[in-house]
Design a protein around this ligand. Structure first.
Ligand code: NAG
Ligand code: NAG
Ligand code: ZN
Ligand code: ZN
Length: 423
């Protein structure tokens, strides 16, 4: 208790008698005060470091999930487990409507950490290189604040800890297992190394691209290259297909509707004296509307099949839709975005809020945003002094942990204020 500054205690006492204090600047200061208590800050950072030290890949987040449940148990918070294998749905508040959800992802990446520091990954070849360790820590920080505010909550806050964002589309399985039951709005944050520490950024409408992958097998007839007329050249057919794929975006897309088709892999034959039987090529495609992403999918298939037919080859195109369905774009609902923006501006000031450009990266949070109004936002972790300047998925990725308590405060405030404003 001696860590709590006097003015925080004063606000706590005041708010106990007048819950209506909640829209004011004083309320924002109260929540920030709670998040910035040294013991809370240390606890949030320690959680993040523990998770960072033992990264687990998609659907293997057993220890991470156990750590989260341990903290929930200690705080006396009810939850349902498991959803989607290792996922958790916890809740705080009245247990009745309205229900608002906050989501964190738990999985790491198959990357060997290149940063030398005390809490470096202890698991060879695995690393939290996308900050999901920080997302879990921030959400647990918010949980602590919301638990403290439980008597004032005018509804229920649902806390979603999700597996397999990087691979395996955990969001989709979480929804199937009931993560969004009764939920009418959802919010999530992602750390961002392009924004300075604790700067918040987002935009209304499309924020992250929809994304899919394709792999095509082009089959001709193998043979000896000195007698080309006796073979059917899959290399030539595949090459023409690669060129034709370039025209989908350049000639068929609205130039104001950003899209990408990239061939990233092209393999066939390994002998300089044999025309190969087949060539395998593949890549990725991105777009900012659901309609466009499926339109591109259809055109990639048509272009490859028809173009290679011109050269007498046959082709099959696989979009991996069973293992890794096409991700819809992440589109921020205008009202949810505005709610999130107001909260962020109240907490960090308008000088620390940035409207960001859409990004070609993708997130499976988009599956939640297909079901309920949603807003996704970024919190900056860039600090030149610390060296937290590397992009996500880099082996040198690191974060400025000073952003964590701010992220917790914003989460908690988004949820509590949402409930107040949606009675
Ligand atoms: C996106 O398109 C797919 C395929 O047409 C459809 O199954 C899905 O429901 C659509 N999602 C939205 C949000 O429109
Ligand atoms: C960067 O980190 C250093 C060391 O923790 C800190 O003193 C400084 O205030 C940070 N800079 C920003 C912009 O947050
Ligand atoms: Zn990632
Ligand atoms: Zn991520």
């Amino acid at each position: 208790m001696d860590f709590i500054p006097l003015w925080v205690l004063v606000f706590v006492v005041i708010s106990a008698f007048s819950p209506s204090i909640v829209v004011s600047k004083d309320y924002s200061d109260l929540i920030l005060g709670l998040a910035k208590q040294p013991e809370t800050v240390d606890w949030i950072k320690e959680l993040r470091r523990k998770i960072h030290g033992y990264p687990e890949l998609a659907y293997e987040e057993f220890e991470t999930s156990k750590l989260i449940r341990g903290e929930l148990d200690r705080m006396g918070i009810s939850y349902r487990y498991p959803l989607a294998g290792t996922g958790i749905r916890a809740w705080i508040g009245t247990g009745g409507p309205p229900f608002v959800a906050l989501r964190a992802d738990m999985d790491a990446l198959p990357i060997q950490e290149g940063v030398e520091w005390e809490h470096k990954s202890k698991v060879p070849g695995k690393m939290h290189a996308c900050g999901h360790d920080a997302h879990v820590a921030m959400l647990l920080g918010a949980t602590k604040i919301l638990k403290f505010r439980e008597n004032y909550l005018k509804g229920t806050v649902v806390l979603i800890f999700q597996p397999a964002e990087e691979a395996g589309v955990g969001a989709k399985r979480m929804i199937k297992d009931g993560a969004l039951e009764n939920v009418e709005a959802i919010f999530a944050v992602h750390i961002n190394p392009n924004l300075p520490t604790s700067v918040i950024g987002s935009r209304s409408g499309p924020l992250l691209a929809g994304s899919g992958f394709f792999k095509a097998v082009i089959t001709g007839k193998g043979g000896s290259p000195e007698n080309p007329h006796l073979s059917i050249d899959a290399t030539l057919a595949a090459s023409m297909a690669v060129i034709s794929l370039q025209n989908i975006v350049s000639r068929e897309a609205d130039p104001l509707d950003s899209q990408v088709v990239s061939v990233a892999s092209f393999n066939g034959g390994n002998n300089l004296d044999i025309i190969p039987e087949s060539v395998v090529l593949g890549g990725t495609f991105r777009a900012f509307s659901n309609q466009t992403i499926y339109q591109i999918r259809r055109r990639i298939e048509e272009v490859i099949v028809e173009q290679t037919k011109v050269y007498r080859c046959s082709s099959t195109v696989d979009f991996f839709e069973r293992e890794q369905p096409i991700l819809p774009p992440t589109v921020n609902d205008e009202r949810m975005y505005e709610h999130m923006r107001k909260v962020a501006v109240d907490l960090v000031g308008s000088e620390n809020y940035k409207v960001v450009a859409p990004l070609m990266g993708a997130e499976d949070f988009s599956f939640y945003s297909e079901h309920v109004p949603a807003a996704f936002f970024f919190i900056g972790i860039r600090n030149e002094t610390l060296g937290s300047i590397h992009s996500a998925h880099s082996p040198y990725f690191m974060i400025d942990e000073d952003a964590l308590p701010i992220g917790s405060a914003i989460h908690a405030t988004i949820a509590e204020r949402y409930l107040n404003e949606h009675q």
